[in-house]
Design a protein around this ligand. Structure first.
Ligand SMILES: Cc1ncc(COP(=O)(O)O)c(C=O)c1O
Length: 342
């Protein structure tokens, strides 16, 4: 009965579908360090056009696109503003200090949602002893918030505040398409608001590798050099870019299925004795707290014994992420979990 492995660890686990593999196998490729890979060039143009920006750069990871965006738009002794839950602050090893020599002001938003006032308060007065407040970063959707998101109006208000302080704006849109399928907003609207945007193709969209940084020509031309010095210049990366193009053409609308499945599982978790709180589900991420009398590790182990793999993201919280390789029959299996698991 529990024969299928259901791996909810992350939406980065997906493997290329046969049709995606086919697109990869038949890709036309060249050496992208020389700018001669037609498929990489096509991906970069497609994404720049989609967001109404001048240029784009295909990179091996979202960490790299985020870090290059910071490097390309700040100077040492600058400061960037982001929320304490954002990936750039938590899980990129302090790369902003390592690569760019900048400091970070972190806000304490509500599950990652910061207010314009918080941004205003974060901006430092000019003084020899203060870093220069230079850039606002917004993550949308918010991974560690539980896949919740800023509405476009909230983003606009934050960006207006940032602009009133002459801050650059960067979007960590690792899962922006999860937001767009829910809200009906367009990439163009987001393109107008941000100086640079990072989009991950290797998360919900299901490509095996890569993220794209989108910005103006000058920023991207410098970003190419930064990518090279970080060792991210790839050669026949068109094989990978072909998967990204396929993902953009075929895997956006289906994100709604992931969201529907996450909601169904959240409803289930509301009713079981081993869960004390379920964060509201907005997209493909479901975070819940185990019951007070239990230990998070025991719940994760009990789920594993039933072939459900997932991650404890703190000593109280467990995260389930829904993706391309989670199907309705697996959801049915989850809906049959017993009321007393541990
Ligand atoms: C919101 C967010 N931004 C950036 C990244 C970094 O992406 P990568 O793992 O490709 O470096 C992640 C990875 O999970 C993420 O969740």
């Amino acid at each position: 009965m529990h024969s299928q492995l259901i791996n909810l660890t992350s939406d980065t686990l997906t493997k290329p579908t046969p049709a995606m593999l086919d697109a990869m196998m038949t890709a036309e490729v060249g050496d992208d360090v020389f700018g001669q890979d037609p498929t990489v060039n096509a991906l970069e143009k497609k994404m720049a056009d989609m967001f109404g920006h001048e240029a784009a750069l295909y990179c091996p990871s979202g960490t790299m696109t985020n870090q290059i965006a910071i490097k390309a738009q700040t100077q040492p002794l600058d400061e960037i503003i982001c929320d304490e839950l954002f990936h750039i602050y938590r899980y990129e090893l302090g790369g902003y200090g390592f690569h760019s020599g900048v400091s970070m002001h972190v806000t304490r938003g509500n599950r990652g949602i910061m207010s314009p006032q918080m941004v205003h308060d974060a901006v430092k007065p000019k003084a020899d002893w203060n870093p220069n407040s230079r850039m606002l970063i917004i993550e949308n959707s918010i991974n560690m918030g539980g896949g919740n998101y800023y509405t476009i109006d909230e983003v606009k208000a934050l960006v207006a505040m940032a602009r009133s302080h002459n801050l650059k704006t960067h979007l960590d849109g690792a899962r922006l398409f999860n937001v767009l399928v829910e809200t009906g907003d367009t990439p163009m609207e987001y393109g107008k608001l941000f100086d640079s945007i990072s989009i991950c193709l290797s998360k919900g969209l299901g490509a095996p590798v890569g993220s794209v940084l989108i910005s103006d020509k000058e920023t991207i031309s410098y970003a190419r050099r930064v990518r090279k010095v970080m060792g991210g210049g790839m050669r026949q990366s068109g094989y990978l870019a072909a998967a990204c193009i396929y993902a953009l053409d075929h895997h956006i609308d289906r994100l709604r299925d992931d969201h529907r499945r996450a909601r169904a599982c959240a409803d289930k978790l509301e009713s079981v004795s081993w869960v004390s709180e379920v964060f509201p589900v907005s997209t493909n991420i479901l975070i819940f707290k185990e019951a007070d009398h239990l230990k998070v590790a025991d719940v994760v182990a009990a789920l594993k014994a039933r072939n459900i793999e997932c991650l404890a993201i703190s000593d109280r919280l467990i995260r389930w992420v829904f993706h391309l390789d989670i199907h309705d029959d697996m959801v049915s299996q989850i809906l049959e979990l017993p009321d007393h698991l541990v």
